[in-house]
Design a protein around this ligand. Structure first.
Ligand code: BGC
Length: 740
């Protein structure tokens, strides 16, 4: 029932809130004082009404350009945090539906707090559409009451709603809040109606965003600088809920940080311009506060001017993310690997907040396509991400250029910039992975046009099938130059991905039963051009680990043994990996698929920099953006690019599930209808167990050393089959638990 379409969009220009001096907000908006958005006051839109009789059912639909929180008679409506979520607003805007029957009384007050949320990101702030500035917030809501006598009443947003400035004097996703408990707004004014239409409205498509866990404060620390710091023991995304009581006018400040520096002092330089601060202005009464319109990425908080004795029991960290069902688990005999896996899951929780963001703390927090592309397999095993990616991929297609260019970030708030290899290829990689993990063809059907547009874009930007043109990030954050080499050529990477995306379009077309001959021919041509340009004597001419990894993993080299030996040689030469974002996720696969499982395990179990376990040895509780965000001597890497909660390198979990535990999908019977178990053991590991709660039931793999023997146990869901491959011998197994 779409009652929302009978409402009117309303907004208000009230905004006398407190201005927060901010710096340059990357990369979308240089904030200037006094400009729309600097004093981002929360607004309370209210409608009072009386029920005419006994209520049988009442349903409220709401959406906003911005973020809203609805309250009926003082209590929160629903438990959706930061509704309506983040989409490419100008094309797709979700609305939510709530059953509010139980919350209605005879005399009612429906009040909706509105803030800008993600809306402040985007294009020119001066442009006015439908009477609304491009970054202005607006509200749309409708309540339908069905009375016991069969009559109906509709209450919708329009000029009859009143508006006041809220006690949230300032709120911004990057900067945090200023809340004045004693603020008394001036008399309410009528809301302004704006002639905005409904063409972009869609019902809720993604997961709701929810508070998913509460972590108690762990430790009170007085730092060497004398700062009062609280440690929650875990880097996370969400906010702090605190109890506070101060004299009227007391102003307490709560700052958020991911790490302490090597001396144990509070460190916020890696936040860049994001402030992550909560200012609470007291009114003399006790309060419990948590932000309504902003979130922070943090493990530690620092308190300033706390009006009272600091008691740990007054502070809790509230974990907020998309409310996906947890499905994947991994455990083994190595406690460092277990911590790594735990960090990967926390990295996903911290960054799957309605869109897959790069990081949750600095002035970025954007839906970077490349990060999502490398991590989507791991993501889809750890959690049920089908709805989450269905929504985000629809935005990706909506934001795609007419020329097929896939934007760097989705929603696109970077003024249309896009087209990078390995970033834009999220367009093919993510839907295909969702199909493999969940078996639903619909996502392929929905995204197929967008995939094909990308393939045309790639060829438009190629010369004789070599992808010569484009704005590429390359093997982002690689270490090739650090070891005295040269980073992998961007055209090489782009041509590899151009082949891979075309290959996936062929596969998708076959699943959908459409003629893909054109793409098969194109694929053959790209591969031939690639080989001609980049393969000599069986080896790849780009002598980097990432170059070898891509050629092997994408099946682009004829002599795999030669390239695998080349890769193994490059690892032995440096004694470690040198790959960045693009190579790292496939690196261990390229090794173990081609006879170098031991080298893959060497890389995985290495504890020194650079490696996956190095951050663990430095106390990490989430995946870091860089291999050495904190250097061995305790100093920090470049503050401009040093997030401690970036999930991309967490894609190593693919290998933990798929090779260590050996759980693999079969593209001919996806969603684990048929599972391929192919575990690879190593003498340094005594046992491994992993499970995935699949669309068909629980798939589980376990192996353990018992004396000289290794005992394997596989669990296959009812109605499903599996092939278990051990030491090269394949065996078919049926539903239930089989021990070999
Ligand atoms: C982000 C990355 C992203 C990259 C593009 C960074 O600022 O944090 O994760 O993929 O830009 O190269």
């Amino acid at each position: 029932m779409d009652i929302i379409f009978s409402a009117k969009w309303i907004k208000s220009d009230l905004d006398s809130g407190i201005a927060l001096e901010t710096g340059h907000i990357f990369p979308v908006r240089p904030v200037q004082k006094g400009r729309n958005g600097v004093t981002d006051t929360g607004l309370d839109f209210t409608k009072n009404f009386t029920c005419k009789g006994g209520v049988k059912k009442a349903e409220l639909q709401v959406t906003a350009l911005g973020i809203y929180a609805a309250f009926l008679n003082g209590s929160r409506v629903g438990d959706f945090i930061f509704a309506p979520g983040w989409t490419s607003y100008e094309k797709r805007l979700q609305y939510q539906t709530y059953d509010v029957t139980a919350q209605l009384r005879e005399n009612n007050s429906l009040s909706i707090t509105l803030g800008k949320g993600w809306r402040f990101l985007g294009t020119d702030p001066e442009t006015v559409t439908d009477g609304l500035s491009n970054r202005g917030a607006a509200l749309l809501a409708a309540l339908k009451i069905l009375y016991e006598d069969g009559s109906e009443e509709l209450i919708v947003t329009d000029r009859s709603w009143s508006v006041t400035e809220s006690k949230i004097r300032y709120s911004n996703i990057y900067n945090g809040d200023i809340y004045d408990a004693g603020f008394v707004p001036s008399a309410p004014v009528p809301a302004d109606e704006i002639p905005r239409g409904f063409s972009t409205l869609i019902p809720q498509q993604g997961e709701k965003i929810a508070e998913t866990e509460i972590l108690p404060a762990k430790e009170l620390i007085i730092t060497p600088k004398g700062e009062t710091v609280i440690d929650f023991g875990q880097n996370l995304t969400g906010y702090v809920k605190f109890n506070i009581c101060g004299k009227k006018g007391d102003k307490a400040k709560v700052y958020h940080a991911e790490v302490l520096d090597k001396d144990g002092n509070f460190y916020t330089e890696n936040l860049r311009a994001a402030r992550q601060e909560i200012h609470f202005i007291c009114d003399g009464n006790p309060h419990t506060y948590k932000p309504l319109l902003s979130f922070q990425g943090f493990r530690y908080i620092r308190l300033e001017d706390w009006p009272d004795e600091v008691k740990l029991s007054d502070f809790e960290a509230v974990v907020v993310h998309s409310d996906m069902k947890r499905t994947g688990y991994f455990e083994c005999s190595d406690k460092n690997l277990n911590q790594l896996f735990k960090n990967i899951v926390w990295g996903q929780r911290g960054n799957f907040l309605d869109v897959p963001t790069d990081c949750p703390q600095r002035d970025e927090r954007l839906g970077w396509t490349g990060d999502a592309q490398v991590f989507c397999r791991t993501a889809s095993y750890n959690y049920d991400t089908e709805k989450f990616f269905t929504k985000w991929l629809a935005d990706l297609a909506a934001d795609q250029g007419e020329d097929g260019c896939v934007k760097h970030v989705i929603p696109d708030v970077l003024n249309g910039n896009g087209g990078s290899a390995a970033w834009g290829d999220a367009v093919t990689v993510c839907p295909w992975q969702m199909y493999l993990t969940y078996g639903n063809k619909e996502i392929l059907e929905r995204q197929f046009e967008s995939m094909k547009k990308w393939i045309s874009f790639l060829q438009e930007n190629s010369t004789s099938y070599i992808r010569t043109k484009g704005d590429h990030f390359g093997d982002w954050l690689n270490l090739d130059e650090e070891v005295g080499g040269k980073a992998t050529d961007k055209v090489y990477i782009a041509t590899e991905f151009s082949a891979y995306s075309t290959y996936l379009v062929v596969k998708v077309g076959k699943v959908l039963g459409v003629d893909v001959k054109e793409y098969e021919t194109l694929y053959d041509n790209i591969v031939a051009a690639f080989r001609k340009k980049y393969i000599e004597n069986g080896k790849v001419t780009e002598n980097t680990q990432t170059a070898c990894v891509l050629a092997l993993h994408f099946n682009l080299c004829e002599d795999k043994a030669a390239v695998a030996a080349q890769l193994n040689g490059l690892i032995k030469k440096y004694g470690h990996l040198t790959t960045g974002f693009v190579g790292a996720s496939y690196l261990p696969h390229a090794l173990s698929d081609n006879g170098y499982a031991e080298t893959a395990y060497d890389l995985l179990l290495r504890k020194e920099y650079p490696s996956w376990l190095y951050p663990i040895s430095m106390g990490a509780t989430t995946t870091w953006e860089r291999w050495n965000g904190i250097r061995p001597d305790g100093t920090f890497n470049d503050k401009g690019m040093n997030s401690f909660n970036h999930y991309a390198y967490g894609a190593i979990a693919d290998w933990l599930y798929g090779v260590m535990a050996g759980i693999n999908t079969d593209e001919n019977a996806p969603a684990f209808k048929h599972t391929i178990f192919k575990p690879l053991t190593d003498p340094r590991i005594d046992y491994v167990k992993a499970s995935i709660d699949t669309r068909h039931g629980l798939v589980k793999s376990e192996w353990r050393r018992e004396g000289e023997k290794t005992v394997y146990t596989f669990t296959v869901p009812p109605g499903c089959t599996a092939t278990a491959i051990i030491d090269g011998n394949a065996r078919e197994i049926g539903p239930g638990t089989t021990t070999l």
